[in-house]
Design a protein around this ligand. Structure first.
Ligand SMILES: C[S@@+](CC[C@H](N)C(=O)[O-])C[C@H]1O[C@@H](n2cnc3c(N)ncnc32)[C@H](O)[C@@H]1O
Ligand code: SF4
Length: 340
């Protein structure tokens, strides 16, 4: 090797000294739900021919592993509605087996989880995040525009029976679930499940106003602190959440606060869409094409080089604004394209 050449297997370090060890891969932009904060009622999805094949997704994930990524989260859209997604989990399991990867995880709306939980566990998946914004079945249908809460809860049961650690993700929604926060925490902790609240982010056009939906988590935390003893803990999962422990239940509550507290300084992750576009930041438009290097060469060297070029452009961070005057989203693409 030339003295100044970067080794193919050297870790990915961005200009701010952050090593990228975590990739989120959206395997489809499609979903069987249309959550009001995520999508509009009438979404135009990508033509199926534009999607990377499962083999290509697997090769892409493996290229990330080659350059030091230790954690892969499969997300979407709804990853479990893409036919064959389990093949991807099956093939990634080999990296877990030979210690090149610490974790493969999944973020899901839970609608198909009852069917796939045991197989996921068999593929070496240890943890799944399931999104549940309310425990009221009618409200659940309204938020998701078509979801069946009972089916999601059955999926969570199946996941726990299969030995998967479950975490609940709940988007805090003003006037929708703000009075339910306490019940949701007690429900989750009663089942030995951690729960993480997320602030609404301005990604993609939806039919409603995100200003009307936005509930700052400072308020959620303050109202929990009035009734319960909560203390900050150092627990981290490699994601952007900050955690507290509730003394009364012993359970953990996470807060993801992209708006009220910017979490970029410790960002170690990037995101890839189902068409092979790499976004170095969830909240910025700059992207790098990986489909070209993936398809033009059988060697992975161009792919590794593309990853390095992209990470050299990873921005320091983002600033979301949600207020009465800022009507348009921060970026045009929906979170379902980039992967939440
Ligand atoms: C885009 S979804 C993809 C995975 C799967 N369909 C699910 O719902 O879990 C990932 C996470 O992003 C969250 N999410 C979607 N749109 C959001 C938005 N505009 N702001 C904040 N979180 C959002 C969802 O609630 C979910 O927890
Ligand atoms: S949040 Fe997840 S389940 Fe809801 S519409 Fe978006 S991708 Fe689908």
């Amino acid at each position: 090797m030339f003295p100044n050449a970067v080794s193919d297997a050297a870790p990915l370090v961005d200009p701010f000294g952050r090593t990228v060890t975590y990739v989120r891969v959206s395997v489809t932009d499609r979903c069987d739900f249309r959550c009001v904060y995520c999508m509009s009622e009438h979404m135009t999805f990508l033509p199926r021919r534009d999607l990377l094949s499962l083999e290509e997704l697997e090769r892409l994930c493996s290229a990330f592993v080659d350059v030091g990524v230790r954690k892969i989260r499969i997300t979407g859209g709804e990853p479990l509605v893409r036919r064959g997604t389990m093949e991807l989990f099956r093939s990634l399991a080999r990296h877990l087996g030979n210690d090149r990867l610490d974790e493969v995880t999944l973020t899901t709306n839970g609608s198909q989880l009852a069917q796939f939980a045991a197989e996921l566990a068999d593929c070496g998946v240890k943890r799944v995040n399931v999104s549940v914004d309310t425990l009221d079945a009618a409200k659940f249908k309204t938020i998701t525009r078509r979801g069946d809460l009972a089916r999601v809860l059955a999926g969570i049961d199946a996941a726990q029976r299969a030995g998967l650690a479950v975490k609940i993700n709940a988007v805090a929604l003003k006037g929708v679930n703000d009075r339910e926060i306490e019940d949701m925490v007690l429900w989750a902790h009663g089942r030995n499940i951690g729960i993480t609240f997320i602030e609404v982010m301005p990604l993609g056009e939806i039919d409603a106003s995100r200003f009307d939906q936005y509930l700052p988590l400072t308020q959620v935390r303050a109202s929990l602190a009035q009734r319960f003893s909560i203390e900050d803990i150092a627990y981290r999962t490699g994601g952007p959440a900050r955690y507290v422990r509730m003394k009364e239940t012993g359970g953990v509550i996470g807060f993801i606060t992209p708006l009220s507290h910017n979490f970029c300084e410790s960002c170690n992750r990037v995101r890839v869409t189902c068409t092979g576009t790499l976004y170095m930041c969830l909240a910025q438009e700059d992207a790098h094409d990986l489909r070209g290097p993936l398809r033009t060469s059988e060697s992975d060297a161009p792919l590794h080089e593309a990853l390095r070029q992209a990470i050299a452009r990873k921005p320091r961070g983002h600033d979301f604004i949600i207020d009465r005057t800022t009507r348009s989203p921060a970026v045009a693409r929906h979170i379902s394209a980039t992967g939440g």
